[in-house]
Design a binder for this molecule. Sequence first.
Ligand code: PEP
Ligand code: MG
Length: 603
Amino acid sequence: MSDRIIRGVGVSPGVAIAPAITIRWAFPEVPDRTVAPSELEHEIHRLHLAVDAVSLELEALRERALQRAGPEEARIFDAQMMMARDPDVLAGVETLIRKNHLAAETAYEFKALELRNTWQGARSAMMRDRVADLAAIQLRTIGHLLGTGTEEAWLSEITEQVVLVAHELSPGLTVQFDRDLVVGLISEEGTRTSHAAILAHSLGIPAVMGVPGALERIREGAMVMLDGQSGLIIVDPTPDEFDAARVQSVRRHKLELQLEGIASERAITPDGMHIVLQGNVDLPDEVDTAVRHGAEGVGLLRTEFLLMGRTTLPTEDDQTEYYRRIGAAFPGQPVIVRSYDLGGDKFPVAFDTVAEANPMLGWRSIRVCLDRPEIFRPQLRAILRAAADRDIHLMLPMVVSLEEVEQSSAMLAEEAEALRTAGIRGASEVPVGVMVETPAAVRLAPELARCCAFLSVGSNDLTQYTLALDRGNARLADRFSSLHPAIVRQLHDVVQAAASAGIPASVCGEMASDPLATVLLIGLGYHRLSVAPPSIPLVKWVVRNMPVGPAREAADAALLATSTREIEAILRETLGRYIDLRLVDPSLALPRPAAGTTLPRSQ
Ligand code: PEP
Ligand code: MG
């Protein structure tokens, strides 16, 4: 593959072409400075002045986000303000100043590093998303303490159109970009759910994130072309590629107008099959997008967000309120709340755990919930209370045995009874579903299907555990495909098990957002898909163009296939009969792809 062609994760759609400017900000050198005992109170005063100044700046950024993007985006800065004023962190810094006689910036830097390390150490995509927020606040605070100014000082130097390339983008910086000048964004870190990605999307700036080595591979001043839908980046495009990109951009623009037009329509295949398209909601800011794109409820409400960055567990009331709020956004439609999927790559800062050699195979998810009822029971109670007025369901992650479902259901029934006895309003029961994301759950699917209300395939973990590939390992990304024959056959088994038991089956992993996988899933008999809210229009468009008959034929052929490549080819050929594939994968629109090379698919 040419060095000029780079793949990342498309997080904000649109095509951008402009010279690159590279941003290499780093934490400033903070001197290791101590002060005399008489100056300690002064240092603490300086710390609070800096925090006040940061709060004022964040307030201004909040206002800017409100005007330029919307109320949900503005809330990103409320969360940042809470981080900036976190009483535990500030108390820790004060203690360091008092006990160790450190200058305010030295003490702050020490605490900041400790916190960043904990968050980064979690290896979770969600945690990493928030590390950027945390680092941005810390950088601002240190900037004030050292008197070196803030990260956006250089923004005024941009006077011509550029594509900005950075290691990581903070929300505070992103919201200030003038989209007539900063026409595209590329960052090494970041995912679809990073706040910077959400803001770029709202501001309409095409962006590709999760591009390892971007700063090395794209030199300052190089002409860069990026596609924020597919994640394709071309450095120094040839005139032919340049022209192809322009054509592509026009095509895509037309498609986007078409997608806007179908936002309120349902996802019905040309031969009349209704595919229920729901949203995966990780963060409250995604609800708006899901509603705007006509999601028929929430197929996966990840609840780990509730614990992010907190030093205490959220209360039952906090959770009830949160589930009610999400439920209220989808009147008459189901919201499937997944119980805490902690551990593995997702431990909150607040959580007291021991390091494990194999966290992905460790004390995680339903195992943590069942072992720690003091965490699980308040969540069950909150779900029951919210379900008094809304169609709220419970979904259990990482299940490997029937006992786990039986124990969880028993706890749920006990909590329902406890609420009733205490005279607290709550549903007497809620539908309980199982996430099928381990090979064990696939093998037990017929039995699981008989003791639960629905099955939902978590294809991310199912792929990880079936192929023995760490889903977070960038070196393995090219090998990580949910279109592997072993996954395709398991998907078939699960949908068949659900059908035999007369319960619905859905897919809520990332594969459901992939147009090729959509063909496979419809063909296998999945009538419910839950996808990241920004992907809903594209999947809906595929559904509305793809008849079920040929999808079934493709799925039958895929079940006999023996390689991922073969399965991709079958699906590509089938989908290509109904839509212009270049719209979903612009690498196909390149004028002269190098002979014999295929571009790996982004994960
Ligand atoms: C999955 O594993 O496919 C899934 C949807 O859950 P998560 O990505 O949160 O592990
Ligand atoms: Mg999972």
